[in-house]
Design a protein around this ligand. Structure first.
Ligand code: SF4
Ligand code: SF4
Length: 73
């Protein structure tokens, strides 16, 4: 698992992480509309979420990050 946490004080509920994650890891909480990590075991370490979050609210474990996959071959 490399997705670590979402800072819910920073999250604005924009939903970008939900749309951009290729592994469908996130959901928006039904109560407050903010992002939650629903399926952390599916994370493939791409870091798209952390790079694209406008509030820099997503933390990915850097020591476990693998090189960006740009092609599935
Ligand atoms: S991209 Fe960032 S600000 Fe937007 S919902 Fe996800 S965690 Fe929240
Ligand atoms: S690092 Fe990639 S696979 Fe993991 S939660 Fe973020 S966008 Fe999804």
């Amino acid at each position: 698992m490399s997705i670590e946490k979402i800072d819910r004080d920073l999250c604005n509920g924009c939903g970008i992480c939900v749309k951009i994650c290729p592994m469908d890891v996130f959901r928006l909480d039904e109560d407050d509309g903010k992002a939650v990590i629903r399926y952390p075991e599916d994370c493939m370490l791409c870091e798209f979420c952390a790079l694209d979050c406008p509030e820099e609210a997503i933390y990915v474990s850097p020591e476990k990050t693998s090189p960006l996959i740009v092609s599935w071959g």
